[in-house]
Ligand binder design. Structure first.
Ligand SMILES: Cc1cc2nc3c(=O)[nH]c(=O)nc-3n(C[C@H](O)[C@H](O)[C@H](O)COP(=O)(O)OP(=O)(O)OC[C@H]3O[C@@H](n4cnc5c(N)ncnc54)[C@H](O)[C@@H]3O)c2cc1C
Length: 464
């Protein structure tokens, strides 16, 4: 008899989500996570009374998106207490002022360009056949509406925020899917308890339906015999058998390291080798003596030439003015900072390759840019922590990418790696396969899709 129906490798958003869904359908489930904690890129830690995200998170669709859908599927609708980014809503920092973009862009650009941008937003709500845009970039699409430089800079920053790739590489269809669902759902926010509340709720779901979770144990190998999955081997040599293995550990780690390339055909391996990850990030977690802002989310940006800026970043040049994505978690949930104090997290996209060489300059310029936005910051600074690409790599591999397999042209829609691997019983979940959406919502959607594939193939008794 097999030890488990299902083994999940990795307790990120994708792994915990699919574990909860399939455990709720009666699959005897084991999730194995190599870190001592659950959540992967979406995890948090505590320091001096502050609860701090390892990344820098805001959630696009909260209860109305895939996170809400998963909790509904497992009957835990109320497990996450979402706080919406409203009163005040998100702000953009541009040329020394806070703006409500896109509405207030009309004060900065000609009327005709503003109308064209609004038309693009309206059209994106109605676009049905997105396949034709799958291999076109956001820049291609936007250029059909306007060539205003500020609009192009703005849309480029949105693309970097959503996908951590510039708009001239991002797939137009993925952009349209995300933008239109965000506008329709109008529910951007953040969970009480910090970003880890999401994977922790899913993990609670696994246990509620009788599944087991093993933390601090790494899977070394996926055992395949007669072209079928047999189970996994832990780092300590222990074998655990199962009918299905679902890997949340990344497509390249799974194919190249945990299995063996000899089990795959050449075409598949070439595809895996050629996939590109989104780039990495630097985050500053800033602990403040007292609140310095009421905003919940601020994004700073400047007029820039997207292609030249991104190339110079990739080639190791640190910008003097760093564009920052800045959620203020304790303005969503006051319990995330000690009474009377404030937690602010600022992040920016950086390349993994040459970051260490420029580490100090990146940190210095990011702090300087943050102080320009919040001049009271230095007088009220208690301390700040830094997470770098190296930390992300240590945390969850995947080439330190923020998202996973990047949502550039030729890597979205039908071109995205499938959750089904060409070995019976073996699947992928998370930001590396299937799904669409922003960050954690991509990973959660991937879990929904993968669970549907498995359920359609192997109907199990309903858990009661
Ligand atoms: C700086 C930053 C900012 C972000 N901003 C946002 C945002 O604003 N909004 C948003 O929605 N998303 C955001 N994201 C992205 C989001 O966090 C990720 O897309 C999502 O969490 C990835 O989930 P995943 O399922 O792909 O798993 P991952 O988080 O990659 O987790 C995979 C897990 O597998 C485990 N694992 C790997 N190998 C093994 C092994 N051999 N054995 C056992 N376990 C193993 C790892 O330890 C890890 O826990 C951000 C991420 C970062 C880093």
């Amino acid at each position: 008899m097999l030890d488990y129906d299902l083994i999940i490798i990795g307790g990120g958003v994708g792994g915990t989500a699919i574990g909860a869904i399939l455990a709720s359908k009666g699959f005897k489930t084991l999730l194995i996570e190599k870190n001592k904690f659950i959540g992967g890129r979406c995890s948090s830690y505590e320091k001096e009374g502050f609860k701090i995200d390892i990344g820098v998170h805001t959630f696009g669709r909260t209860s109305r998106g895939p996170h809400g859908k998963i909790l509904n599927m497992i009957g835990m609708e109320d497990a996450i207490d979402w706080v919406l980014c409203r009163n005040p809503g998100p702000r953009w920092f541009y040329q020394g002022k806070f703006w409500k973009f896109p509405r207030e862009l009309k004060e900065l650009i000609p009327n005709s360009d503003f109308s064209s941008l609004m038309k693009l937003f309206r059209d994106s709500m109605k676009m049905k056949n997105l396949e034709e845009f799958e291999r076109k970039s956001v820049k291609d699409l936007l250029s059909q509406y306007t060539d205003n430089n500020l609009v192009h800079s703005f849309v480029d920053i949105i693309s970097l925020l959503y996908f951590v790739v510039p708009y001239y590489q991002t797939s137009a269809s993925e952009f349209v899917r995300c933008l239109s669902s965000l506008s329709a759902d109008f529910s951007m926010g953040y969970p009480k308890g910090g970003c880890e509340a999401i994977p922790l709720s899913y993990a609670q779901g696994i246990e509620k339906f009788g599944g087991n979770i093993l933390t601090g144990q790494s899977v070394k190998k996926i055992i395949v015999e007669n072209e079928k999955v047999q189970g996994i081997e832990l780092d300590n040599g222990k074998f655990i058998s199962s009918k299905f293995v679902i890997s949340n550990a990344g497509i390249r780690e799974t194919v190249n390291i945990m299995i063996d390339r000899k089990f795959f055909e050449g075409n598949y391996l070439t595809k895996v080798d050629n996939l590109k990850y989104s780039i990495s990030a630097l985050t500053l977690k800033v602990a403040l003596k007292k609140p310095i802002t009421d905003f919940k989310l601020v994004t700073s940006f400047s007029l820039h030439e997207p292609e030249a800026s991104f190339n110079s970043l990739i080639n190791g040049k640190v910008p003097e003015e760093v564009s920052l994505f800045i959620p203020i978690p304790s303005n969503y949930d006051s319990n995330l900072a000690p009474k009377g104090k404030q937690l602010l997290i600022a992040g920016t996209a950086v390349p993994q390759e040459n970051f260490e060489k420029n580490r100090e300059k990146w940190i210095k310029n990011s702090l300087k840019s943050l102080e320009t936005i919040f001049p009271d910051l230095s007088d009220n600074l208690l301390w700040y922590d830094v997470s770098t690409p190296r930390d992300l790599d240590k945390l969850g591999g995947k080439e330190a990418s923020v998202i996973g397999i990047s949502q550039i042209t030729k890597q979205t829609g039908n071109d995205r790696p499938s959750p089904v691997l060409p070995i019976e019983g073996l699947y992928l979940v998370g930001g590396d396969a299937g799904g669409w959406g922003i960050g954690t919502e991509l990973a959660a959607k991937s879990a929904i899709e993968c669970s549907e594939i498995i359920l359609a193939k192997y109907q199990k008794r309903k858990y009661s």
